[in-house]
Design a protein around this ligand. Structure first.
Ligand code: AMP
Ligand code: MG
Length: 417
């Protein structure tokens, strides 16, 4: 058996980032930028009003009453037809260009308009620039908008859109082929023959990949047939940037995936027994000229999910150019005991982590364990990493890998709804 660190080190060793490509910004959410993006337009492009009101000259106003002649109106999208002269005001709406000659905008609520609509009066002095958004206040030409290596979130896409960028150079969305191996496997359609089970690894992996922002390609179910498995993997490495297979990597009579990956990757493959539970067997190799990573995860569904988090997701993030590879880790206080026996392995246990009334992360629920027990881990939002020991007591701390912040609750979020 080797340590988890050693296994992860082997998997990470020769991974390469994919070559950058230009992508339309509406298909770039979550991708990583592969260039420094500079501003090419000022934002705002012109001085405009921050309020609905009247554009005027601050020097015209005084502490007592000031009356100004209304000479026109300018809406957002228009330009005032005449400049503003002394003693004048122009009605202006939010976002409209501030007319030449004006240096401030008095909000509509602070002026009174005579019934004929020809004159406004205001009862205070205005400061230069009041309620004016200045040209270039948000972004100046040449400014760094997005650093190379940044992940494109919603705000970054907005910033690119504000500059008229239609495309951006990014690391491509990693294309990942997924296959389930096992002669016992059937799809979710139709009746099961005796001895058959339904394939749940493939649907779970496809969903996990998509949730993490990768492109998932369904390569189907392949029976325990050495030639067929080899051929499927050979084809997959041509079409995909990475391949994830489940089943057939242990010591069973028909565990052919191990050998198929070895054949495909030569001395760049390794079959490992990792000191973790669940998910002990792992085969990993790098195949072909493009250096395509091929993951052979064990077939038990909980092992598959754990293997995805420990090896697959961080590796695919390397390919996608991400700087942050890992899920967030929290140190959480145990509200209940975790029982286990000393066996030389790190135990990876699905749990629920919540923020307690003390503001700290707490493990509030420990899912029933068993690498084949999928329904038992439904509702978990984290994996607790329980080191080799005779178990942990309530009040002790444990490292928790946070999987799903959509399922993360805290007392404040409950009481505020
Ligand atoms: P294996 O890793 O091929 O030895 O499989 C270990 C266990 O996981 C066996 O009980 C398999 O039937 C089961 N298994 C393998 N692949 C899947 C799958 N795709 N969906 C559900 N169970 C599976
Ligand atoms: Mg099998």
């Amino acid at each position: 058996m080797i340590s988890l660190d050693e296994a992860r080190g082997f998997v990470r060793r020769d991974l390469c980032t994919l070559d950058p490509v230009p992508r339309p910004i509406d298909d770039a959410l979550g991708l990583v930028v592969a260039e420094v993006v500079l501003a090419r337009e000022r934002v705002p492009g012109f001085s405009n009003s921050a309020m609905d009101g009247y554009a005027m000259r601050s020097s015209d106003t005084s502490a007592s009453e000031t009356r100004l002649r209304v000479t026109g109106a300018v809406m957002a999208g228009e330009v005032a037809s005449t400049p503003l002269g002394t003693g004048e005001a122009i009605r202006i709406m939010t976002g409209a260009p501030v007319p030449k000659g004006a240096d401030c905008v008095c909000m509509i609520e602070e002026v009174s308009l005579d019934p004929a609509g020809r004159e406004v009066s205001i009862q205070r002095t205005m400061a230069v620039g009041e309620n004016v958004r200045h040209a270039g206040e948000d972004i100046e030409v040449g400014q760094v908008l997005i650093a190379s290596g940044a992940q494109l979130g919603i705000v970054e896409l907005g910033v690119l859109a504000s500059q008229g960028y239609a495309t951006v150079k990014v690391y491509p969305r990693v294309r990942v082929g997924v296959l389930s191996t096992g002669s016992e496997l059937a799809t979710s359609l139709g009746a099961l023959a005796e001895g058959q089970i339904r394939d749940l690894n493939r649907p779970m992996l496809l969903a996990s990949l998509r949730r993490s922002g990768f492109e998932a390609i369904d390569l189907g179910i392949i029976p325990d047939d050495e030639a067929l498995i080899t051929r499927t993997l050979e084809n997959a490495i041509v079409d995909c940037d990475a391949v994830v297979s489940t089943g057939g990597v242990s010591v069973g009579d028909v565990d052919y995936v191990k050998g198929a990956i070895a054949k495909l990757c030569g001395d760049r493959a390794r079959s490992m027994k990792v000191a973790i539970k669940p998910g002990k067997p792992l085969t990993f190799g790098i195949a072909g000229e493009r250096g395509t990573p091929v993951f052979g995860l064990p077939g038990n569904p909980v092992s598959t999910l754990v293997g995805f988090e420990l090896y697959v997701r961080p590796s695919l993030r390397v390919l996608g150019g991400h700087q942050e590879l890992e899920r967030p880790m929290l140190t959480s206080v145990l509200d209940t005991a975790i029982s286990r026996r000393r066996d030389g392995k790190l135990h990876l246990i699905h749990v629920v982590v919540e923020i307690g009334a003390d503001g700290c992360a707490h493990v509030t629920e420990i899912m029933r364990q068993g690498s084949h027990l999928v329904s038992a881990i439904a509702g978990a939002n984290a994996i607790a990493m329980v080191p080799d020991s005779e178990g942990l007591e309530p009040g002790q701390r444990v490292r928790t890998m946070m999987l799903d912040f959509d399922r993360f609750t805290s007392p404040t979020s409950e009481s505020s709804t």
